[in-house]
Ligand binder design. Sequence first.
Ligand SMILES: Cc1cc2nc3c(=O)[nH]c(=O)nc-3n(C[C@H](O)[C@H](O)[C@H](O)COP(=O)(O)OP(=O)(O)OC[C@H]3O[C@@H](n4cnc5c(N)ncnc54)[C@H](O)[C@@H]3O)c2cc1C
Length: 213
Amino acid sequence: MNALDRIRKICMALSETQEKISHEPRRVLPKLHQRILAAGGTIKFNSEPLLGEIEGIVIDCRGLSARDSQPDLRGVKGELILIETSEVELSRPVRLIHPRWPLYVIPREDNLFMLGATSIEAEDTGVSVRSALELLGAAYAVHPAFAEARILEFGSGLRPAFPDNLPRIAIDQNRIAVNGLYRHGFLIAPALAELTLAYVERGRIDNEVMQCA
Ligand SMILES: Cc1cc2nc3c(=O)[nH]c(=O)nc-3n(C[C@H](O)[C@H](O)[C@H](O)COP(=O)(O)OP(=O)(O)OC[C@H]3O[C@@H](n4cnc5c(N)ncnc54)[C@H](O)[C@@H]3O)c2cc1C
């Protein structure tokens, strides 16, 4: 089975169980940081080293900021709303079958629910009235008691994507650029990390995901 088949298989399995949208990034990231530190890694925040100044193997995961070397990257806007209510209990994420947007309601701890996520071909980071109406309408459609929920937060982000919306590992000697994770970054990051590691350790090339200069 080739790498993309594996990624597709993982995608299907996880989207079936909806696990991919039930993890809360704000809780997961500190745990990932701890694991990196425990494994002997160093994390430097608020630093922007120039790639050319770093010696040895560089794995460039800068997302949209890597447009200086990967100009065909684009940002796809995703908007979300965080609400709070004790009137509704969901044991798992609920995905709406919506004619335009695949919206979902994700239960989080402390009576929180995340309503997400739009997918818009735009690179601004605001949340539009239309999106807010659609997201809040989605919650209301799942359960009318959401009408009394408190809105805690509007948020948005840009997903880094290539024109074909597929991830890419671009190799140029000791520079390895991993990018284009689009809508599935949390989901496929482990698979891309494995492929990158296999290249670094054993020089293994996966022709579907990797491009060599
Ligand atoms: C609203 C929304 C909902 C989403 N929901 C899901 C979901 O349910 N499941 C899923 O799988 N995916 C989801 N995604 C997609 C996921 O967020 C992206 O695919 C993922 O964030 C891409 O990861 P990345 O690390 O490649 O890029 P990014 O997340 O853009 O990270 C790039 C990082 O590089 C840093 N950086 C930039 N320049 C430098 C530099 N010079 N030095 C050091 N660091 C630098 C940036 O600060 C940034 O932290 C969602 C996205 C959005 C916006």
